[in-house]
Every structure is written in structure tokens, then in C-alpha cells.
Design a protein around this ligand. Structure first.
Ligand code: GMT
Length: 375
């Protein structure tokens, strides 16, 4: 198939899912065209089946708000016509699904009927989508897509509960490439971070409010009372400075390292003993799956789709959002006994294997074929 993928070219979340999916499709012989405003973070190599089309919005004095969605729609028309694409797969409803709808209408005037699959990732529904300023457009573009997928049962239900959706939504969970995400020997790095064999906790996120990164610091502070440990904070975003301030107030700066945005997150996860994800809302929790693939158990909230990934008492523990006491108690329970820790680590890996790319890729391929046939 010739597939166009539209996504945000970001480090995490929907951008990573879209890019990894495109790479896997290309490896499987499909021709994949990425259409976005800058090169996706993980698309930094050459493959004969991968193409990248940049959407550049020209600045014009009249435009206080450059019309990205219109430029994207025009670019989609151009790429679909000239590359003769079979299908467009857009990740994140806003504004990709509505731009694809517009492109589809324009292409119809050329006698081209391009099927559009929209994948809902989370905040496009749970935060931004529900906002009244977007809701009518999000509802319309989901209903007008030829196929719709969501990354968890929870997100599917949330979408039906909050929007008037007439379309079927198929759940296709996030996936992991275990050839990349696996525990690697990083003894030097481990020694540098934890010179006295302290246990290592990790949080990775974009430090948006929804991630509750300050709860990570609070949990770590409590664990530190009984377990000699270190905390690695990976990523950057609006709440990072608040976390740093909290570390100073709690007097734990010597035990916490902020590493900023990192490409090789699997190397950091390789030295970790516990992953912390106390999010307010999380449609799936890809970062937690990446940790589990590197044999790291997860202490998380029970928000959104996290119960579909993290198994209570097996791969980690879940607590109510904001219950840092419970999270810290569970973290200590896992970390205080080396045999127990090893068991949780093995369970985390076993669970991650259930989301192996090799299981999920054919689900997408079959779904594309089904949508193309129906169209
Ligand atoms: O987590 C983020 O803030 C990024 C966000 C995105 O849309 O890029 O991630 C969402 O999509 C991921 C991939 O499907 C999911 O694993 C994340 O759980 C989801 N984030 C939230 O729901 C907050």
C-alpha cells in the first residue's frame, strides 16, 4: 500500500506512535509518506520506502495566526494526487482529521476518493477536544473519517461518552519495538548516577500539568526516607521549573538529576529500577510501556487507560490520582526486597511483550485494507 501519515513530529506520544508505525510499515514493504511541519524526531535515517513532505506555512503580515490547517490540506491534496496514495492515516484529531476531511473533499473534485483513518491518542479528546471551541469540529471530523481508531478501551469509551459519535471506533493499543526497547548493559552510566548502588527511579514526560510531575518528586522524597535512591527526570516542559523548586524546598537536589530531552531513552531506562507515572489522565501510557520493555516496573495512577497496561501487584501498582502516600508505600514495597524487585521486573517485561510491534502491525494493515475496500 501507499500510505500517507500525518502527525506531530514530537519526541513522545502520538508522534512516536505514528513514526514507529510508519517505519514498521516501510520495513514491511509499504510505501510511507510522512506529511508534517518538520522531520519527525525518530525519522532520522534513509529508507527506500520512506518519504517526508514538509508543510511550510508562509508568513504574511495579515496572518496573526498562520493557517496551518489549510496549508496542510493543500499539501495532502498535492501528495495524494502525485504520489497516488491509497490511504491517509492522521494521528491526533486536531487539526489533522479536519484538514484530511477538507483534502478529501478537494480530491473528490479530481475524481479521487481517498480513504482517511483517524487515530485518537488522548489529549485530542480528553483535554483539547472537549473544549467547546474545538468540539464541533472534532465531532464532525471523527464522524466523517472512513476509519477511526483509539489507543485504549478507555479512550474509546470517553470519546463515545463526550461526543456524538456515529462512527465505529476500533481499539488498537500502543505498541513497542522490543529490538530497540530492551535492557542494555550500561554499567558506567549506572555507576555515575548511583555510585553507592542506590536504586534508580525514572520519570519521562513533557512536564505538562496533566503529568503531575510534582507528584513524582513528592513520591521520591517519601521513598528516600527508607530506600537509598536516585531520581532521573527525563524530558522538559512547563512544570519542570516547579519540580526543581520543589526539590530545593525538600532538600533532595543531590539525589535528583534533570536530564532534559533525550533521544536514547532506552539507555536511561536500562539502569532504572522503577518508573513513576502519576498522571492526571493518560489514554494509554506509552512511556510506561517503554519502561516495562526495559524491565522496569511501574508505579502509576489508575487514570484513563493505565489499568489496561499496568497490572496491579504484578507489573507494578496503581493508586488514585494524587495519592502520593500510597504510591510511595507501593514503591517501597517493590524496592525493599531484591527478590521481589526481580520478580516485578520480569513481570513488566512479560507484559510489554504482549504489545510487541509484530502483533500490532498486522492489525493496522488489516484495518487499512478493510477501510480501503469499504471506501
Ligand atoms: O502524553 C502526552 O502529553 C503526549 C500525548 C500525545 O498525544 O502525543 O500522548 C498521548 O498519546 C500517546 C500515544 O498514543 C499515549 O500513550 C499517551 O497516553 C497519551 N497521553 C495522554 O493521554 C495524556
Amino acid at each position: 500500500m501507499k500510505i500517507g501519515i500525518v502527525c506531530y513530529p514530537t519526541f513522545g506520544g502520538s508522534g512516536v506512535v505514528a513514526t514507529e508505525l510508519g517505519k514498521a510499515l516501510a520495513d514491511n514493504g509499504h510505501q510511507v509518506h510522512f506529511i508534517t511541519y518538520s522531520q519527525p524526531a525518530r525519522l532520522d535515517f534513509f529508507s527506500e520506502n520512506l518519504f517526508y513532505h514538509e508543510v511550510s506555512v508562509s508568513q504574511y503580515p495579515l496572518f496573526d495566526y498562520p493557517p496551518y490547517e489549510l496549508v496542510l490540506a493543500s499539501k495532502l491534496v498535492d501528495v495524494v494526487r502525485f504520489e497516488k496514495l491509497d490511504l491517509l492515516h492522521v494521528h491526533y484529531a486536531i487539526p489533522h482529521a479536519s484538514a484530511a476531511f477538507m483534502a478529501k473533499q478537494i480530491l473528490a473534485t479530481y475524481g479521487i476518493n481517498i480513504p482517511v483513518v483517524t487515530t485518537l491518542h488522548g489529549t485530542d479528546i480528553t483535554l483539547v477536544g472537549k473544549d467547546v471551541t474545538f468540539k464541533p469540529v472534532v465531532t464532525f471530523s471523527i464522524n466523517k473519517s472512513d476509519g477511526v481508531t483509539a489507543v485504549s478501551e478507555h479512550l474509546r469509551k470517553d470519546t463515545y461518552d463526550h461526543f456524538e459519535i456515529t462512527n465505529d471506533i476500533k481499539v488498537i493499543p500502543n505498541f513497542i519495538d522490543l529490538t530497540r526497547f530492551s535492557q542494555k548493559r550500561k554499567d558506567h552510566f549506572k555507576k555515575a548516577i548511583a555510585p553507592n548502588n542506590e536504586l534508580i527511579m525514572v520519570h519521562t514526560s513533557n512536564f505538562r500539568k496533566v503529568k503531575r510531575a510534582k507528584d513524582v518528586v513528592r513520591v521520591f522524597h517519601k521513598v528516600l526516607q527508607t530506600i537509598p535512591s536516585k531520581l532521573l527526570m527525563v524530558g522538559d516542559g512547563p512544570d519542570r521549573a516547579n519540580c526543581e523548586r520543589l526539590c530545593r524546598d525538600l532538600g533532595i537536589c543531590d539525589n535528583v538529576r534533570y536530564l532534559g530531552k533525550q533521544e536514547a531513552v532506552e539507555e536511561i531506562l536500562s539502569v532504572a529500577d522503577l518508573f513513576l507515572m502519576p498522571s492526571e489522565s493518560e489514554s494509554f501510557g506509552l512511556a510506561a510501556l517503554e519502561a516495562m520493555a526495559c524491565q522496569v516496573p511501574v508505579i502509576s495512577s489508575n487514570a484513563g487507560g493505565l489499568p489496561e497496561l499496568n497490572i496491579q501487584g504484578v507489573t507494578g501498582f496503581m493508586s488514585n490520582v494524587g495519592d502520593v502516600e500510597d504510591m510511595a508505600r507501593n514503591a517501597v514495597y517493590i524496592l525493599e526486597d531484591r527478590e521481589r524487585l526481580a520478580e516485578f521486573k520480569a513481570n513488566a517485561l512479560a507484559r510489554a511483550k504482549e504489545f510487541d510491534l509484530s502483533f500490532i502491525l498486522p492489525i493496522y494493515e488489516d484495518y487499512y485494507r478493510e477501510v480501503i475496500e469499504k471506501n
